[in-house]
Structure formats: structure tokens, C-alpha cells
Design a protein around this ligand. Structure first.
Ligand code: DHB
Ligand code: MG
Length: 210
């Protein structure tokens, strides 16, 4: 983290619930790769500002971002979270319950692409998407998000800098190429208006026009 990011984080009171989630993630042997604290605060703000009530998250990990998203919901709003690994979804659900948000979330376990295809088949639509799963899948997840979006929906994507690999020409692996393509679509696709924040590990924020 940069000293500027550390300074900004230091201004905030400790968030005991989110600290507990990070400890839980570690104690379950899961990777410590939750969204940056500052972007977690932004997720809550964006959900609240957008008045979003149907949220779709792709990649639950241990529930850190799920809590941040659900905190921004109004009464009656809900979150569907797609997670590949049943063990991760279990930890995420436990954390959501501990945060008092267990009734707001439903987990769909398995390959996110299959869950997305099913949601599309069912005619489901959403007004907020958070993409934070395997990086190779980002372009496909973005494509599905646009298809499942209500007009004006927000699409947020984490880790668009891949800790510098995105801008390192020597890196040409599938994940890096996929995230570059994702970023270009975010910036250029006519169906979207967007911005990309380069702080922490980079965050894409797009609004589906309409
Ligand atoms: C990493 C961080 C993430 O937030 C993520 O979703 C995947 C990987 C990382 O730092 O490696
Ligand atoms: Mg991430």
C-alpha cells in the first residue's frame, strides 16, 4: 500500500466486523486478498447512492465485499453472490450472518459462468454488479453483467492493475490479457460510461447507459 493509501486508511475508526472477517479468512487458510478497505467503503457508498436493491457479486471469497455491498442496501434489498468453492461460500455466509446481514444474501455455488447463464435464462436483472473472481473470466463476466443489467446499473471491477502486471508489457499471460481487454471495454464500450481509479490495485466503475 502506498503511504497516501495508508494515511487515508489511518483516518478511519477501526471496523471491528471487517477485521474479524479478515482474521476469519486467514484462520480458514483462505488467501488474504479481500478488496482494499477504501474500496470497501466506496462499494457501500455506491450501492447507497445508486439506491440499488438487486446486487450481484461474482467471487465471494470470505464475505468482506459482500458485507460492504449489503451495508449499502435499503430494507428489502438483496445480494446474490457467485462463488466457485463451497467452503469459501460457507465462510462468507458465516461472516454475513455475524455482520447481521445473513438474510440479505444468497450464494450460488459453482462455475460463475454457468450461474450467469442460468440467471440470464431465468430473465433475472440487477442494478449493481461487483466483479472480483478469477481474472481470466473478467471479459465474460463483464459481458454477462451488461446483458443482465437494468438500465443505469453500475458495474464495478476489482484488481484491474493486477499489482502492476497489467501495465508490464513483458507480462502476456491469459489473466493479464483478459484484464487488459476488460479495461479497454470499460473505457471504450459505447454501452457504458465509466471511470477507472488507479489507487490500491485499481477499480473500474461503469454505468450501463439507459
Ligand atoms: C489478488 C487480489 C484480489 O483482490 C483478487 O481478487 C485476486 C488476487 C492479489 O493481490 O493477488
Ligand atoms: Mg479482488
Amino acid at each position: 500500500m502506498s503511504i497516501e493509501e495508508q494515511y487515508v486508511d489511518s483516518l478511519y475508526e477501526r471496523d471491528h466486523m471487517l477485521e474479524l472477517v479478515k482474521e476469519g479468512i486467514e484462520s480458514h487458510g483462505m488467501p488474504s486478498i479481500s478488496i482494499a478497505d477504501g474500496y470497501g467503503r466506496l462499494l457501500t457508498m455506491l450501492v447507497r447512492l445508486a439506491g440499488a436493491s438487486n446486487l450481484l457479486e461474482i467471487g465471494a471469497l470470505g464475505g468482506y465485499s459482500g458485507i460492504c455491498l449489503a451495508r449499502g442496501l435499503n430494507e428489502g434489498g438483496s445480494l446474490i453472490s457467485l462463488e466457485l468453492l463451497p467452503a469459501y461460500a460457507e465462510v462468507a455466509k458465516k461472516h454475513m450472518i455475524e455482520a447481521g446481514l445473513g438474510d440479505k444474501v444468497n450464494y450460488l455455488i459453482g462455475d460463475a459462468k454457468e450461474s450467469l447463464a442460468k440467471l440470464k435464462e431465468e430473465g433475472r436483472t440487477f442494478d449493481f454488479f461487483f466483479i472480483d473472481a478469477d481474472k481470466e473470466g473478467y471479459p465474460v463476466y463483464l459481458d454477462y453483467a451488461i446483458q443482465l443489467a437494468k438500465p443505469g446499473a453500475l458495474i464495478v471491477g476489482d484488481n484491474i492493475l493486477l499489482r502492476g502486471r497489467t501495465i508490464d508489457e513483458a507480462k502476456q499471460g491469459p489473466a493479464v490479457k483478459a484484464v487488459r481487454s476488460f479495461n479497454e471495454t470499460i473505457a471504450k464500450d459505447e454501452r457504458l460510461e465509466s471511470t477507472i481509479l488507479p489507487g490500491y490495485d485499481g477499480l473500474a466503475i461503469a454505468r450501463v447507459k439507459g
